[in-house]
Design a protein around this ligand. Structure first.
Ligand code: SF4
Ligand code: SF4
Length: 123
């Protein structure tokens, strides 16, 4: 049987409190993104990349591929730069930790819905 007295108490308490949730995705106000969140991969600091391929070697899921620098890329010493096949990335952070030049980041950009696998190739 429903206990009305208890329900009324809850109702009165919740009226005076701020909502526990936010109406995401309509607003991002009030979102509590934890510090250190590992989300979208980023080739954040291309000027520093030497093309050494360490990130590719340490990636446990084979998500990083070294490709030849294109005309719009910063030219690295080896002429190669990493791209990330994000559909394979497990967000472990090994590439970020292992890069000797602080080039890579796992950002806190957590919106990671893509319309195709091609869109998941991050450059
Ligand atoms: S991102 Fe870092 S580890 Fe990867 S190729 Fe560039 S310098 Fe080397
Ligand atoms: S975060 Fe981990 S799985 Fe993702 S690209 Fe870097 S090393 Fe590979």
């Amino acid at each position: 049987m429903v206990r009305l007295g208890k329900m009324e108490g809850e109702l009165i308490r919740s009226i005076s409190k701020r909502p526990a949730t936010v109406i995401y995705p309509f607003t991002k106000d009030g979102l509590n993104i934890p510090p250190g969140l590992r989300a979208r991969w980023s080739y954040a600091n291309p000027d520093m990349c030497t093309g050494c391929k360490i990130c590719e070697r340490v990636c446990p899921s084979g998500a990083i591929e070294m490709v030849e620098c294109g005309p719009d890329d910063v030219r690295t010493k080896t002429g190669f730069r990493p791209i990330c096949h994000f559909d394979r990335c497990i967000l472990c952070g090994q590439c970020v930790e292992s890069c000797p030049r602080d080039v890579l980041r796992l950002t806190d950009s957590f919106e990671m819905a893509f319309l195709s696998r091609e869109d998941m190739v991050l450059r």
